[in-house]
Design a protein around this ligand. Sequence first.
Ligand SMILES: [Zn+2]
Length: 150
Amino acid sequence: MIIDNFGLSTLFELAISGRMRKVIRLHYVNKFTEKEIAEQMGYPESVIVSELIVAEQIIKKELKSKQCDKCGKPFYTSNKKAIVCPKCIEENRKLIQKTKENKKETKQPTTKVKKKKPKSIYEILREKEKYNKVNGTNLSYGDYVLLKGE
Ligand SMILES: [Zn+2]
């Protein structure tokens, strides 16, 4: 049984005891099984089961059963305008969050790759002469460019 937040708050209001409220919370919000609730609260499982039976009667009587517009699954709500089940609302919320995060990532400035400024022919000629002097070679401009890959 899926109940949205509107339905849950109505159910809490209608619960006839604090114990029932706690059982409802553990079962419908925390998704505990009857056995787990019994262990947690220290009651026999049969007590929890009967609390949930009463809760279900309240749900069926006081809440509206609707079919989710998105996934088609039935859910209970006290909001006349609710058209989507809580699961689909949660999924939609996650999707929006994801798109927001993706947008943030693309917005971050990408580190610019600094383009090496091409050397002028005179610079290269100067370097070539220096190279020839240092190394005792007699490379031509073309040889030097090939050698250095400039
Ligand atoms: Zn749904």
